[in-house]
Design a protein around this ligand. Sequence first.
Ligand code: NAP
Length: 263
Amino acid sequence: MPLSSGLEGQRVLVTAASTGIGYGAATAFLKEGARVVINSSNKEKLDGALARLGPLGEVHGVQGNLAAKADLENIVRSAKSLLGGIDTLVYVTGSPKPGRFLEMTYEDWRGASDLLVVSPAYLAKLVADEMISTKTGGRMVFLSSYVIKEPTLAIALSSVCRAAVLSLVRTLARDLGPKNIRVNGIMPGFIKTGRIDQLAQDQARRRGIKPEDYIREIEGEIPLGRIGTTEELARAIVFLGSDMSSYISGATLPVDGAVLRSI
Ligand SMILES: NC(=O)c1ccc[n+]([C@@H]2O[C@H](COP(=O)([O-])OP(=O)(O)OC[C@H]3O[C@@H](n4cnc5c(N)ncnc54)[C@H](OP(=O)(O)O)[C@@H]3O)[C@@H](O)[C@H]2O)c1
């Protein structure tokens, strides 16, 4: 029997989705027949994404900065009113600036904590309140990074702060399971998006190499020999964000071409 996602008509909120991983996830949910709200902080980029996604199905946009409390509240309120509720939350966020530990200031740590720790936790609380009040249950999928298992010195803020998401997923899965809410995570390795270009530029500047040299270096580290695509990652997000994964909760899945070494 072919697997069916069962996502037709399901209400999905995808954050940080004007480009890259979030955009890829929104595309995949729309192709499965879901009704989707996307968010990002830049209105022009958000409008551009909406124009490209529109032909795929019902999609709305809510502008908002995931690091701001009032914006998080507005994103959930708007998604609820546009879709009538939320069945699946896909949490993607922006990137903190790259760089090593000794370069970071107090403000850098505050900013990264707001974006990578407070934001997923508070958004989850708002969405859980909604799922519990309507007694529909639901699913949450939190995107983080393989660096939560293997800190990378060149992205200190990300390596430290994102580790909280691993615990958030487990904590919520155990706390919200009795309310029929499943919570899972995904730790991507290297996925071809603007973030990889940003890291390649940063490494090129610091080390006097070409960005394409950095890309070749990365590919040499990945056992599957190449950087992944947003489409490949989106298939895993759809799996965890639908009832295809009905007995999985509290898991964090690497989607990384086996780049992760730790067990
Ligand atoms: N690509 C990879 O290999 C990889 C691997 C592991 C983890 N990640 C992480 O995955 C996340 C997505 O990255 P990506 O690779 O898809 O990069 P991307 O193409 O640069 O996408 C980043 C997205 O985040 C949005 N965004 C940024 N700051 C935001 C904010 N404060 N509030 C709301 N939206 C915001 C951006 O839209 P606006 O500019 O319109 O706000 C954009 O849609 C990042 O956290 C990245 O660090 C990426």
